[in-house]
Design a protein around this ligand. Structure first.
Ligand code: RAM
Length: 413
């Protein structure tokens, strides 16, 4: 009988991602846990002496692995029931994007002007993914623009919201550097008839019509701790390198990381610090180096930010700190070299191009009046299929991906 993720912990499940071929691959990805056959169970019954020898060998290998900062096995620290509501191979169900059944009418917002206002326009996560909005815009006959600060800055986002409101755009899609600081300006925009969609990083719920969430926030938070647990054998000091201290998305994920760490199985993992690199490469690098200095026996860093994880990877590589495990959220195109040279073994993300694509469709559906943002309403997002608005006006893109050396070359974003 193969080892079940919930039933046993050693030998460990190997987590990998696969994408189905053809159009389906553009709509949905799944994460599956391929359970490795238990070698001992495949083998013929062993003599007691041989068994003891094997166990002693495994034990000493584990000790060696933990000693150098990496477990040689993909050991899960704690069962994953809480974050697997659908039971789909250990990951959250998309909860939206369902296809099949009668499709909702295509929104007619032709001619609308939709403005995207990301945390900043320099970050590749936003800059390179805007093409998803452009793709949707071409299909919908709407026009899109992306504007915003050069560095993540809530005050500058407020100024941009005011400018866009004066320009009379039809919709603003915003990834917030601060959920509350942006709220008054967004409410003013809404009062003038502008549709407001938050994506990636939410604003206060009464300051937008919809939030397009890239994946279940709880799952995003927990999965990063679970990966780290596997990497360090569930033991050692870890730190979080975040983005802005006010960023809604990172702060939400960090709360779920802390909750995951409070579960039985993580007793020997200690979160010693949370630092903020503000999604700026140099600051993120400096914060990484400060962590290494402050905690010489640090075993791992979780960076739930694409800017942070790339900067941390560069710093660890330069410092030759192969004893410090690194995971978090990042762009395959920015982390490929670090995955190939072993600095990062696994990290997570979703498809940010699809996030822009979906956000554009949602904004158009609001502008056309097809939806108002109420839970239960549905809209169709082109190649991604039909989505249903959930509680709190939240739409989920889908489950997160896990990237590793085996699959990273399949992704180009
Ligand atoms: C950075 C930003 C963004 C986040 C990604 C993972 O690019 O902080 O908001 O979603 O990382």
């Amino acid at each position: 009988m193969p080892c079940s993720d919930r039933a046993c912990r050693i030998p460990c499940p190997v987590v990998s991602v696969f994408r189905p071929v053809g159009d389906e691959s553009r709509r949905r990805s799944w994460l599956r846990i391929h359970e490795e056959e238990d070698g001992m169970k495949r083998s013929a019954p062993l003599l007691v002496g041989r068994l003891l020898l094997v166990l002693a060998l495994i034990f000493s290998m584990m000790l060696w692995g933990v000693g150098r900062g990496y477990a040689q096995e993909s050991k899960e620290c704690a069962p994953a029931e809480a974050e697997t509501p659908s039971g789909e191979a250990g990951m959250a169900s998309p909860g939206a994007g369902e296809t099949g059944g009668p499709a909702a009418a295509t929104p007619s917002a032709a001619g609308a002007n939709i403005a995207f206002l990301p945390k900043d326009v320099v970050n590749n996560y936003f800059a390179n993914s805007f093409k998803g909005a452009q793709e949707a815009a071409a299909e919908l006959g709407v026009s899109v623009q992306q504007v915003g600060p050069d560095t993540p800055n809530a005050a500058e986002q407020v100024t941009w919201i005011q400018t866009l409101t004066q320009q009379g755009v039809d919709a603003i899609a915003v990834s917030a550097n601060d959920p509350n600081a942006l709220a008054p300006a967004l409410k003013e925009a809404m009062a003038k008839g502008i549709k407001v969609v938050s994506f990636d990083s939410d604003v206060a719920p009464d300051a937008r019509h919809l939030f397009i969430n890239q994946a279940d926030s709880e799952e995003i938070g927990r999965i990063q701790v679970r990966i780290m647990g596997r990497l360090i054998g569930c033991e050692g000091k870890i730190a979080i390198l975040s983005a802005a201290s006010t960023a809604t998305n990172q702060n939400t994920w960090i709360e779920f990381m802390k909750d995951e760490l409070s579960k039985p199985g993580y007793e020997k993992m200690e979160l010693v610090d949370i630092v903020y690199g503000d999604d700026e490469p140099q600051k993120s690098r400096d914060k990484t180096l400060e962590l290494l200095t402050a905690y010489p026996d640090l075993k791992g860093i979780i960076a739930p930010t694409s800017v942070g994880i790339a900067a941390a990877a560069g710093a660890l590589e330069e410092e030759g700190r192969t004893d410090v495990a690194l995971t978090g959220l990042g762009l395959p195109n920015e982390l490929r070299q670090y995955v190939k040279n072993g600095t990062i073994k696994e990290f997570a993300l979703w498809n940010p191009v699809d996030l822009y694509y979906l956000t554009c469709y949602a904004a158009a559906a609001l502008v056309s009046g097809q939806i108002t943002g109420a839970p239960g309403e549905t809209f169709t997002a082109g190649r991604l299929g039909t989505y249903t608005i959930g509680e709190g006006g939240v739409v989920l893109l889908g489950p997160p991906f896990i990237f590793n050396a085996e699959n990273i070359d399949q992704f180009d974003f």
